[in-house]
Design a protein around this ligand. Structure first.
Ligand code: ARG
Length: 589
């Protein structure tokens, strides 16, 4: 369906043209004074300059031509030259009826030029537990992916595991200290390696921090870890077998954690998968004359004349020939292009890595790893802070594990829900999890991704205000009204959304009608917060309507049936939105 703003603009543009003015002045926008009107057009102000006359002369003429237009109930020309517009109730109702008839998509058309977009998000590190720093990438990336899918694009999520580098050597070194007898450490071992991992996930999670701490104090230990890393990367069989175990144990734990967050990935590739592509890539960069030695390291210059700040060269190999985080990201681009040839790659990463990605992107373009037809986009997110305004920590000041955070909020939610005494224990737990997830995700997504935000458990879990639970509460309220209606009556076939009977009903209808434009903008701007803003306004408009309207007690059957259709449409719009945000609503709460 065409966006309602387009339809309105077209009429007003036509009226400008009919009066001899350029159409372009007829663009309409949402009113910024909802008390005065619903839509507005300020084009007469600009047109006045071009046609050298008073703006209100133009707005008056245009308003006259629009007066009988079936889209509007009022068109006011207001000095000095504004056009204030209100939509005709019947026209608005018809627009909503068409949305409603388009059951799954509510009039939001899929993109006419579907693209293939890879999205790099999550970015967990193997053997290190997920911490809250990983939460934002997972939540934002998942939502961006779902919005893209809804708009008809092929979205391929890749978790891009951090499974390469010193952390692996550290784990191997610590494991060797603890269990030196394992066959993985015997250099002359020729047999098959055991199928079962020589550690559990909880051991693994203890091994890494221990090793990391020791390496900071003990030079020899660090030396050993670096040596182990080197040997692993140069094909030592026992270590590679250990790497496989570390990966397996860690990945199944990560999958469980992500599942709890309603986050899933199409690809479980990691940094290690990029390693085989490095030698050829580096060779080509050298052959093509892009890479040169600088203080022993191999670098590619990426500064540009228009830079306002210094962009350092992109380092490809260290002076000892070792590859870096950069090298891995570049080689990852190589296989992504080779195997998937995406139209775009989006990276959902902490915004502190922005300069780094500028270097990587420029290097990839300059050296021809990606052509001009592939877009590279960095979607940097801000820090999740605690109430003290500093990065979120545990009460003891340590790094908060994601799992603990989620459990804490589940518990908090369960207490609230149990207080309501409407659900059984088991169902209560399930509901609490759903509501808790909405609190976490909405709390995050309702902010612009690039901004830091304060993770405020009390506020996020509240059933009132701009929160996930408030949105779910609204959906549950609608579901319950629909159920009560259905328990007593069957919706007549002739039921349809009718022209609004009250201001609050019209306000609700106006909010709903913005659905397709909102979803498109959320995709184009990779901005899940636009979906949140829409559902918050929609939920408010619905609740206002609900408080002012007797729905189940409405005596006129046709009016009542119209309300039920409108409620159903509201519910669907809210449900599609929370689906793309990555959470669901329970039946009761
Ligand atoms: N593993 C990294 C971290 O924990 C994030 C990876 C981001 N993605 C990328 N392609 N570099 O900071």
């Amino acid at each position: 369906m065409e966006k309602i703003l387009e339809l309105i603009s077209r009429e007003v543009e036509g009226a400008f043209a009919a009066n001899g003015y350029d159409r372009k002045f007829g663009r309409v926008s949402l009113s910024n004074r909802p008390d005065l009107c619903e839509y507005q057009c300020n084009g007469a102000m600009a047109a006045a300059k071009e046609y050298k006359c008073a703006p209100f002369l133009i707005s008056d003429k245009v308003a006259d031509s629009l007066r009988d237009n079936h889209l509007f109930c009022t068109v006011d020309s207001v000095k000095p030259g504004f056009l204030n517009l209100r939509l005709d109730k019947e026209y608005l109702a018809e627009y909503l009826r068409q949305m409603h008839a388009d059951g799954e998509r509510l009039g939001c058309e899929k993109s006419k030029e579907p693209r293939k977009i890879m999205i790099d998000y999550g970015g967990p590190n193997v053997a290190k537990p997920l911490h809250v720093g990983h939460l934002r990438s997972a939540i934002i990336g998942e939502s961006v992916k779902r919005i893209g899918k809804f708009m008809g694009h092929t979205m391929i999520g890749d978790v891009h595991l951090g499974d390469w580098g010193l952390q692996m050597g550290l784990i191997i070194t610590e494991l060797k200290e603890r269990k030196p007898e394992l066959v993985y450490f015997q250099e002359d071992y020729e047999g098959e390696y055991p199928e079962d991992a020589p550690f559990t996930i909880s051991e693994l999670e203890d091994i890494y921090p221990t090793a990391s701490a020791k390496s900071k104090e003990d030079e020899a230990y660090k030396e050993a870890a670096m040596q182990a890393t080197y040997e692993l990367q140069h094909g030592r069989k026992g270590y590679q077998a250990l790497l496989t175990h570390i990966l397996n144990v860690s990945v199944s734990d990560l999958k469980r954690n992500y599942e709890n967050l309603n986050v899933s990935f199409e690809l479980w590739k990691g940094e290690s998968d990029a390693q085989p592509y490095i030698p050829d890539m580096v060779q080509k960069m050298k052959d093509d004359g892009f890479a040169h030695l600088s203080e022993g390291a191999l670098v590619v210059d990426v500064k540009e004349d228009s830079d306002t700040k210094e962009i350092p060269p992109c380092m490809i190999l260290k002076s000892d020939g070792a590859s870096l985080y950069n090298t891995t990201d570049l080689a990852t681009i190589v296989w992504r292009m080779q195997d998937y040839c995406p139209d775009e790659i989006i990276y959902v990463v902490d915004k502190r890595q922005e300069l780094y990605f500028t270097q990587v992107f420029r290097c990839a373009r300059k050296t021809g790893l990606v052509g001009p037809e592939t877009a590279l986009k960095f979607l940097g997110f801000g820090t999740m802070n605690g109430k003290d305004g500093k990065p979120f920590k545990t009460r003891e000041g340590g790094v908060m594990r994601l799992e603990y955070l989620v459990n804490e909020i589940n518990e908090e939610m369960y207490k609230k829900i149990a207080d309501n005494h409407i659900v059984e224990e088991e169902e209560g737990r399930k509901t609490a999890k759903m509501v808790a997830l909405s609190a976490i995700k909405y709390g995050d997504l309702s902010n612009q991704a690039a901004k830091d935000y304060i993770f405020d458990v009390e506020r996020f879990t509240s059933f009132e205000g701009n929160t996930g639970p408030y949105i779910l509460y609204t959906i549950v309220r609608i579901k319950s009204i629909l159920k009560k209606y259905q328990a007593e009556k069957t919706l007549p076939e002739s039921a349809q959304i009718l022209a609004a009977h009250s201001e609050s009903e019209k306000a609700l209808m106006l909010e709903i009608s913005k659905f397709n434009a909102m979803m498109e903008a959320a995709f184009v701007d990779t901005a899940p917060h636009k979906v949140c803003a829409y559902i918050y306004d929609l939920a408010n408009a619905f609740n206002h309507f609900y408080h002012e309207t007797k729905i189940l007690a409405e005596p006129d059957a046709a009016v009542q049936a119209g309300y039920i259709c409108l409620l159903d449409l509201t519910k669907r719009a809210l449900e599609i939105c929370i689906e793309v945000l990555g959470f669901e609503a329970p039946e009761k709460m």
